[in-house]
Design a protein around this ligand. Sequence first.
Ligand SMILES: C[S@@+](CC[C@H](N)C(=O)[O-])C[C@H]1O[C@@H](n2cnc3c(N)ncnc32)[C@H](O)[C@@H]1O
Length: 271
Amino acid sequence: MIVDQILRYWEYYRKADTVYNVHSPFIYDFINNVLDVRKNYYAFNALEHERRMLLANSSAVQIVDHGAGSRKKEKMPTIASIAKKVVSPPAKCRTLFNLVNYFRPPTIIELGTSLGLSALYMSRANQATQIHTIEGAPEIHRLARLLFEKNHAYNIHAYKGTFAEQLPLILSSNPVVDLAYIDGHHNYEATISNFNTLLPHLHKNSIVVLDDIYWSAPMARAWNEIKALPQVAMTIDTFDYGFVFFNPDMEKQHFVYIDYLKKPWRIGLFG
Ligand SMILES: C[S@@+](CC[C@H](N)C(=O)[O-])C[C@H]1O[C@@H](n2cnc3c(N)ncnc32)[C@H](O)[C@@H]1O
């Protein structure tokens, strides 16, 4: 298993280019405004304080398993253990914050709330954005709602239920999706099915973010199939995330991005 993961990272690493190899102005702007932002926003302190509170909470939580998501499943994990192993780490949450801060999408759908930290980061990036987030485990959904209430995050709408039952309901009252973040049920069938359910609701400036695109061979296959769809104009693969863009005016391109510090010989000095 670990060998498979190393091989998948190597497959990514081999193909990856740094900002110094970018030709597209859109990708260049995306890197500079979303992926490689060193700014420490004021909101981050309060958000990371919430993470520390979760990490210190040893209460056990009843889990309902709705699909792939963790290799070692615990039946009654503590809140601390979920915060450590399931919730997105600070760097990924910051990327989501930057994404919302830069593009200001009016409507976001998040598949996979967990304890709610990723939604809270997106909510803090733009108070006018409406975030609809779905969680299948009732106890986790309840904890996320408490976090949203405590932080007065009135632009987050949390739904309890499976993606398959809740997503069509949300889409029927919110037919236009500007940003979708697919971060749960990491298997091939569910990923393709959720993407296809969202597709008719996207427009040329919509963005879909897929988490864990290298998590397993079936997830990598789902990612490759999504890239090949005729509706998909451009993708950016950062290993952690796959970003999908739909504007047909863009030059069709699948850019694999890595920070130049991880490939220091690709800083453009050597041609
Ligand atoms: C990786 S976590 C989400 C992490 C969160 N977005 C973050 O960035 O911190 C995925 C969550 O999705 C939920 N989930 C997985 N499959 C689901 C499904 N089919 N329907 C509803 N919830 C599901 C799990 O219970 C889990 O809490």
